[in-house]
Design a binder for this molecule. Structure first.
Ligand code: ITT
Length: 199
């Protein structure tokens, strides 16, 4: 059975990606399950460049298929910050409770129409000796005036989606995987993985 390594240290992402890969005749492993322990420097200036950097760095160490994503939150009022710096924004070790509160403070009294934001995700599929392929997904929303919900991870508690009437931290994993940026990019990648498995 073909092995796929999900090249991320983020447990929230692993859950979401595993959920979408379920049912595929592949053995999905995290980096630690695959015995790979490297920290790849994400020094690209775009989500796509960083996803490729991560996936290709890991695929040099294995014959397996490697999936990596780079994702983040773009807040229009903050000139699309934190963007590609989403994980490092306001300090890598600062808790999301604090980061989210600081963002809410920065947007205090900003009207809803100017609070637009989106999650963005670029995914890369790398395999030794093959060309790396990428996909992309986004979800539009806005920064709420408070944090809400216990599910998801990162900026989910402050990212509200009009159609949901709540934040992406206040919905189930299954519901998030119907609509999220990562799910959209992942489903597009799924088609490319299937082609790879059949070819
Ligand atoms: P890896 O590099 O190991 O995959 P990471 O958390 O550092 O893990 P990224 O570099 O892609 O991942 O940073 C993405 C950050 O953007 C992530 O840490 C969150 O802060 C935010 N983010 C991305 N997708 C999100 C989502 O679905 N919900 C909430 N926050 C998200």
């Amino acid at each position: 059975m073909k092995k796929i390594i999900v090249a991320t240290q983020n447990k929230g992402k692993v859950k979401e990606i595993n959920d979408i890969l379920e049912g595929l005749p592949v053995c999905v492993q995290t980096m630690s399950e695959a015995g790979i322990d490297i920290d790849v420097e994400e020094n690209g200036t775009t989500f796509e460049a960083n996803a490729i950097i991560k996936a290709e760095a890991i695929s040099k160490l294995t014959d397996a298929l490697v999936i990596a994503d780079d994702s983040g939150l773009e807040i229009d009022y903050l000139n699309k910050e934190p963007g590609v710096y989403s994980a490092r924004y306001l300090g890598k070790d600062t808790s999301y409770e604090i980061k989210n509160q600081i963002i809410l403070d920065r947007l205090k009294d900003v009207p809803k129409a100017q609070r637009t934001a989106r999650f963005v995700c670029a995914m890369a599929l790398a395999e030794a000796g093959r060309e790396t392929v990428t996909t992309y997904g986004t979800i539009e929303g806005y920064i709420g005036d408070h944090a809400e919900g216990e599910n998801g991870f990162g900026y989910d508690p402050i990212f509200f989606v009009e159609e949901l009437g709540t934040s992406t931290a206040n919905i189930s994993l299954e519901a998030k995987n119907e609509i999220s940026h990562r799910a959209k990019a992942m489903r597009a990648l799924l088609e490319k993985i299937k082609e790879r498995l059949n070819g």
